[in-house]
Each structure stands twice: as structure tokens, then as C-alpha cells.
Design a protein around this ligand. Structure first.
Ligand code: B4P
Length: 192
């Protein structure tokens, strides 16, 4: 089984590259951002609570996203593997993910981190905001706040997987195809 974490700051290209990885490796895509936006769309209580935080560029509580991932893993017991996109975003989420996978005798195969500088992230997200309709892509202040959340709460997740010898960094600036080639190479190195 291949269990991949696609890691990086907001706008690094996680969603973009996930689509290509799923098509090539037949993995189940688990994006906590997409799952939360579905809850918002459906008008659930969870969605309403999440929206208040997401619209401020803040992370949603760990328990909420861990619960969503737990349900999805149960729904896809026969999967060939998973791509975790935008999750884990805190060390607590990383620990919970390791525990959940261990309960299926599984573990993370590799974390691939997309490296992109803050100016490029800002430009990409402001550009996406013109057409995405996403409230969190609309202005510079909010995007800077998301990048700040990433630097303070999410960056330590990389160290967590580095300590396990599972971390690989890829340059996330350039052609989408060449970035994907780098990711494929990292996957080949761990795929059995
Ligand atoms: P996400 O949905 O994960 O959103 P994101 O970080 O902005 O990344 P995304 O995948 O959408 O963007 P991508 O880089 O592909 O999270 C949204 C919010 O949900 C969070 O702020 C938080 O509130 C909440 N949340 C989600 N998961 C959570 C968790 N685990 N715990 C707590 N809260 C959580 O693409 C960005 C843009 O760049 C696109 O327009 C794309 O076309 C462009 N792009 C991609 N690759 C490019 C390239 N190579 N060159 C130029 N442009 C490129």
C-alpha cells in the first residue's frame, strides 16, 4: 500500500499535483480542505463552525479533521493507498494519523513537500481568488494570515516525518509537469 502525504504551504500546488498523482497511482484522495468545503456546501453544523475559522485564515480544530479522516479511512478499507492533501497540518494530527494507520497495520510511506516562497504563494492565491470564489483567497491580509498559520503550526509537521526518515522536498516552482515528474521520482523510490 502507498500512503503519501503531499505537504506544503497554502498555494504550493497540493491540490493541483494531487489530481495528477491520483490519475497515475490509483490512490484515494483525502483533502481535508475539500472535505470541509463539502460540509460548508451541505450546510452542516460542522461546516458552519469550520467556515467561521476558514474565512479568517485559521486552522479548524484537530478533533474535527481527525474525525473526518477516520471516517474516510473506514469507508475505503480496500484502497490501494491514500494521498493525504492538506493533512496533517499540526503535530497532533500527525500523531493521530500514525495511530489510525497503525490500527490497519499501515503507515505513511513518504511525505513529499512542495517548496514555494511566500511571494509566489501570494501571487498564486490572489490569482486563484479572481475565479475560485473561495473567501480565503480574496485578499492579501487573509492569505498572509494563512501563511503565518502554516509557519507557526504546520511547519513542525515536516520535522515529525524527517525524524522518521520519510521526508522529501521538491521545488514547487516551475512547470506543473516537471514538478509532477519530481514527485513521481520520489514515489518510485518508496513504492514496493
Ligand atoms: P486547503 O483546501 O488545503 O487549501 P490550500 O492550502 O490553499 O491549498 P490548495 O491545495 O487548495 O492550493 P494549491 O496549492 O493546489 O485548505 C483551506 C483551509 O481549510 C485552511 O486554510 C484551513 O482553514 C482549513 N483546513 C484544511 N485542512 C485542514 C487541517 N488538516 N487542519 C485544520 N484546518 C484545515 O493551488 C493554489 C493555486 O496555485 C492554484 O490556483 C493553482 O492553479 C496554482 N498552481 C499550482 N501549481 C502551480 C505551478 N506549478 N505554477 C503556477 N501556479 C500553480
Amino acid at each position: 500500500m502507498l500512503n503519501l502525504i503531499l505537504f506544503g504551504p497554502p498555494g504550493a500546488g497540493k491540490g493541483t499535483q494531487s489530481e495528477k498523482i491520483i490519475a497515475k497511482y490509483n490512490l484515494i484522495h483525502l483533502s481535508t480542505g475539500d472535505l470541509l468545503r463539502s460540509e460548508i456546501q451541505a450546510g452542516t453544523e460542522l461546516g458552519l463552525r469550520a467556515k467561521t475559522l476558514m474565512d479568517q485564515g485559521l486552522l479548524v480544530p484537530d478533533e474535527v479533521v481527525i474525525g473526518m479522516i477516520d471516517h474516510k479511512l473506514k469507508d475505503h478499507r480496500d484502497a490501494a493507498g491514500f494521498i493525504f492533501d492538506g493533512f496533517p497540518r499540526t503535530v497532533k494530527q500527525s500523531e493521530a494519523l500514525d495511530e489510525l494507520l497503525a490500527s490497519y497495520d499501515e503507515s505513511i510511506s513518504v511525505m513529499v513537500a512542495l517548496v514555494v516562497d511566500d511571494n509566489e504563494l501570494l501571487a498564486r492565491l490572489l490569482n486563484r481568488g479572481k475565479t475560485s470564489g473561495r473567501p480565503d483567497d480574496q485578499n492579501e491580509e487573509l492569505i498572509s494570515k494563512r501563511i503565518h498559520e502554516y509557519n507557526s503550526k504546520t511547519k513542525p509537521v515536516a520535522d515529525y516525518y524527517k525524524a522518521q526518515g520519510k521526508f522529501t522536498a521538491i521545488d514547487g516552482i516551475g512547470e506543473i509537469e516537471s514538478i509532477f515528474a519530481g514527485i513521481s521520482k520520489a514515489i518510485s523510490a518508496v513504492k514496493v
